[in-house]
Design a protein around this ligand. Sequence first.
Ligand SMILES: Cc1cc2nc3c(=O)[nH]c(=O)nc-3n(C[C@H](O)[C@H](O)[C@H](O)COP(=O)(O)OP(=O)(O)OC[C@H]3O[C@@H](n4cnc5c(N)ncnc54)[C@H](O)[C@@H]3O)c2cc1C
Length: 275
Amino acid sequence: MPTFAQGYLGALRYEPAATLDPAALTGQLARIAEQRGVTIHERSPVREIRRGLVTTVRTDDAELSADRVVVALNAYGGIPGTPAGVFGVRVQAGVTGKLSPAALAAVESLRTDTVIEHGELSPYFRLTSDDRIVVGGGVVRRGAHGSLAPSPGRLRAAVRALAPELSDVDIESAWAGPIGMTRDGLPLLGNDSRDPGLFNVGGCNGHGLAVSVANGAHVARWIATGRKDHLSFALPWLRPKAPWLPRGGLAGRALDGYLAWLSAGQSDRPRERLS
Ligand SMILES: Cc1cc2nc3c(=O)[nH]c(=O)nc-3n(C[C@H](O)[C@H](O)[C@H](O)COP(=O)(O)OP(=O)(O)OC[C@H]3O[C@@H](n4cnc5c(N)ncnc54)[C@H](O)[C@@H]3O)c2cc1C
């Protein structure tokens, strides 16, 4: 057990878990797809999806009809034709400068073990191959778009609390991005009740690095074979849409208040040590 994690009142150390670089994963998946003949059109946002005998996807410059369409917009849904039920929130992460040998020795176990503190929006940590800590958590805002000025202060405090050797470590850069949430915390994978050729995946509630790749494989097999028997182990998120969640007016403001309360809780939480 790592010494720094022993000092915490509550944290999850999950030995079989792995960490990965999301940009490397995405880039490699894209490369493999292209090698297999897929054409990727970047910077051509879909504006509308129309159901029909064939499904039609409209961008600013073109329309494309296909008998199978997979919508995987996640937090960015909300264009005509996409399912309701997945809503976006913006979360943040950051990376420290290169750690000194003493600081590195104190958190060396992060290289193989992932650590997630207890509680909502709890900080989580990963050691990169070039000896920096990636840290996420702490502040969240409603909506896929719009600014969430990252708060390096929260991230810095979380890192420094890991071990005394990290007391002067700083956050070198921080960023924010959207994740797709659902009311019941479960993702979504299924085809449209009115258009069986229109598939929807997403809403991984911030845990999509593994789940979205697995969902992609599930839906690819479903389309390739025309069957979903391989999902007959009753995947709980096999459904055409996620449960409805009111978002406008009062409901939206209530959700904003809840997220602000959650975010504020991060600074107030006592970072007490057992030893
Ligand atoms: C700061 C941060 C930290 C995170 N940490 C973790 C973590 O530790 N572990 C974990 O498992 N997950 C984490 N996540 C979540 C993870 O990134 C997502 O769950 C995962 O990316 C979901 O994959 P996806 O393909 O469903 O959606 P996305 O990766 O969101 O992809 C959606 C795609 O749709 C595209 N798009 C949007 N609108 C349109 C349009 N109109 N037309 C065409 N394309 C469009 C977007 O450009 C994007 O490429 C984190 C996310 C953030 C932002």
